[in-house]
Design a protein around this ligand. Sequence first.
Ligand code: ADP
Ligand code: NI
Length: 215
Amino acid sequence: MLTGNVIQEALAYAEEVFRNDSSGHDYAHTCRVFRMASRIAAEENADMNIVCLAALLHDVDDRKLFPETYLTKKNARGFLTEHQVSKQETETILQIIEEVSFAGRDSVVPAILEGRCVQDADRLDAIGAIGGGRAFAYGGAHGRKMHDPEELPVYDMDRETYFRHESTTVNHFYEKLLLLKDSMSTAAGRKIAEHRDSVMRAFLDEFLSEWAGER
Ligand code: ADP
Ligand code: NI
């Protein structure tokens, strides 16, 4: 059984882990995913403690930020062990973290409802005004161009191609962000994604019109 105290400590742990990040994976991202995942979990009647803990730990072994712990999930596992979370709950949470990421056409729909709540919350933070903002922050941090009309988006990438691919920020919208609305796997997530997706499409349309000198 998990207690509120573990959640408080997971918040503090995430704050420490993401202290130095400015590429879109900062502590505020984890906090937003935590809040959104608990909102979705309430609507879907999911196990709130599992959802909250998985949301708070979902990026502490992120492939890009922590390549050395990505496979073993050493950071998340270490936190859960230190806080006496049961073996069964630990395995459930680690499985959710494993399934949450977008991986091109190799992305998966999480096996359990709690995983679907966390995945939808993480994806909702990648779309809309904040998601668009994060994409440009990421592009800047990685020295990418905002846009290059000569460079075309690449569709239907497999996992390895997607992770290796270096795209302009505008192409990232076509390669990932515009696909997320239809990948929502909870009813609550789908509803919220509708609005965010239309905000993002309006932004992109305006961006490309300005680029073409039409407005
Ligand atoms: P998540 O937290 O959803 O697992 P990622 O690790 O894939 O997200 O990426 C973190 C943030 O950076 C997301 O908002 C994502 O859309 C953005 N991002 C990832 N790759 C790119 C890219 N090539 N260009 C612009 N933004 C990107
Ligand atoms: Ni995330």
